[in-house]
Design a binder for this molecule. Structure first.
Ligand code: NAI
Ligand code: MG
Length: 502
């Protein structure tokens, strides 16, 4: 019997009442019923019970929200100075911070994630990110330049950097509050207005944020939130002819659908943050005391439901057994439990569908001949909730689906390697290219390898260091474009070249 931590902290009264309240769509700063009148039940990942009901928004609601965003873009939001826009954003950051515990509890309840990580990561990072981009609102500028084909006193040319327009933001469920902020904060700082489609599995913190958006003084229509299913509300946003850009995080499959929708409709701009199968590479000379817990955290944090999770572990052969045993030992000591128990280090997966998907990958891995070091599909399956035991596979081959595909659960595949010169091409044998982690004391080797790995983020002797000032995004089928940093805000702008004959 694996002991499950199941002593949840008492919920704040405001969290209790928010979860019980009938939810509404948020359009033009008012809370409205969905056109369909339908609601979607959402699941409590810790128990499998119904947690809340969210409105089933559809095309009609998306049309209303896009119209509101367009009016705000042409009207109130454009009429404000960058300093005034930044003031709303700073105010919102302060409000989120003032309600930090409420957001952390709501996120833990809705996603199943641990309250400790919601408190330490989701909420504070969100606050930093709003402040970071509030600062950028007043620091975007174009440039003047001389023409190459004419004397410089004959023409005056300048390049304006303008907001791209109405932005559709499609959000995944793994970090709902943070992910919506990654999109709307830079969009608003650039002068855009937004329509958000939260993940149907976990929309509650997005809807709570709506209330603070009103309180922070944003004019109506600057942010609109339409909950609902991907195939209906999400697809309508991606197809909409009056949406200028989609910023999406989620699966590669849906990223491709959104790209097709953009191509069919109006060639809207796209930023896509998609899946990953990121390698962690440990050389024999590394500090194994650091590499082992970091490699474990890289895959087991947020129960593996992380786009940049280090899900493939490559270890130099002479330390392979030691590292795998170390990671297994770390995983075995993780306290599994309900997210709202402060002792829990590994919570349930977000939905029973996600659990089924992860378990079926495990079963396929066993069928394909991989060997389980710890975990496996049978553990924890006699208790309610979407629990999956941390699992490590060895004896894998590159063709196995557990090695090739994003599992999005606490499942690691570990493989030995011999030749340091070949590890880059082995690690690059994937359609993905989001992140890669290297552990070695040989700093030249680390930099050479960093240059050869096809991934948007490389971490050397560390993992998962995120900063609003560091661009983040994928190579290959892990996406296109970057979030965070100057690149992240410029992604919400168009350039306009103006030329005057003198
Ligand atoms: P998904 O990609 O289907 O959902 C992400 C968002 O896209 C949700 O808001 C969803 O409603 C929306 N969506 C779905 N279909 C759409 C469509 N046709 N048009 C427009 N929007 C649409 O991801 P899902 O089904 O929740 O998870 C499946 C797998 O995707 C996971 O197992 C994981 O491998 C991957 N995933 C990756 C994430 C990442 O951070 N890279 C986040 C979430 C999922
Ligand atoms: Mg889906």
């Amino acid at each position: 019997m694996i002991p499950i931590a199941n002593r949840p902290i008492p919920l704040l009264p405001e969290v209790e009442s928010f979860v019980k309240r009938p939810q509404r769509l948020f359009i033009a700063n008012t809370f409205v019923e969905p056109a369909s009148g339908q609601m979607i039940p959402t699941e409590n990942p810790a128990t499998g019970d119904v947690l809340a009901h969210i409105p089933a928004g559809d095309k009609e609601d998306i049309d209303r929200a896009v119209a509101a965003a367009r009016r705000a873009f042409e009207g109130d939001w454009r009429a404000m100075s960058p300093t005034q826009r930044a003031a709303c954003m700073f105010k919102l950051a302060d409000l989120i911070e003032a309600h930090a515990e409420e957001f952390a509890q709501l996120e833990s309840l809705d996603v199943g994630k641990t309250i400790t990580s919601a408190r330490a990561i989701d909420v504070p990072f969100t606050v930093y990110l709003w402040r970071y981009y509030a600062g950028w609102a007043t620091k975007l500028y174009g440039k003047t330049l001389d023409l190459s084909l004419a004397p410089s006193d004959t023409f005056f040319s300048y390049v304006r950097r303008e907001p791209v327009g109405v932005v559709g933001c499609i959000i995944p469920w793994n970090y709902p509050l943070a992910q919506v902020s990654f999109k709307i904060a830079p969009a608003l700082a650039a002068g855009c207005t937004t329509v958000v489609k939260p993940a149907e599995q976990a929309s509650l913190t997005n809807l709570r944020l709506a209330e603070l958006i009103v309180e922070a003084g944003f004019p109506p229509g600057v942010v609109n939130i339409v909950t609902g299913l991907g195939e209906t509300a999400g697809a309508a946003l991606a197809e909409h002819p009056d949406v200028n850009k989609i910023s999406f995080t989620g699966s590669t499959a849906v990223g491709k659908l959104i790209m097709q929708a953009a191509g069919r409709s109006n060639l809207k701009r796209l930023t896509l943050e998609l899946g990953g199968k990121s390698p962690t590479i440990v050389f024999a000379d590394a500090s194994l005391e650091e590499a082992i817990p970091t490699a474990a955290t890289a895959i087991f944090n947020n129960s593996g439901q992380v786009c940049n999770a280090g899900s493939r572990l490559y270890v130099q052969r002479n330390v392979f057994d030691r590292v795998v045993e170390g990671v297994a030992d770390y995983a075995n000591r993780l306290q599994i439990g309900v997210g709202l128990d402060e002792r829990t280090q590994l919570g349930p997966l977000v939905t029973h569908e996600q659990k089924a998907r992860v378990l079926s990958y495990m079963k396929q891995g066993l069928q394909d001949g991989a060997r389980v070091v710890i975990g496996g599909p049978d553990l924890l399956q006699d208790i309610p909730g979407n629990f999956v035991h941390p699992t490590i596979f060895v004896n894998t081959t590159p063709e196995m689906s557990i090695v090739r595909e994003e599992i999005f659960g606490p499942v690691l595949v570990a493989m030995p390697f011999d030749d340091p010169d070949e590890i880059a091409s082995v690690a690059n044998q994937t359609h993905y290219g989001l992140a890669a982690t290297i552990f070695t004391r040989d700093i030249s080797l680390a930099h050479r390898l960093a240059a050869r790995l096809n991934a948007g983020a490389i971490w050397i002797n560390c993992f998962g260091v995120f900063d609003p000032n560091l661009p983040f995004g994928g190579f290959k089928q892990s996406g296109m474009g970057r979030e965070f940093s100057q690149e992240g805000i410029e992604a919400f702008t168009e350039l306009k070249a103006v030329t005057v004959k003198l």
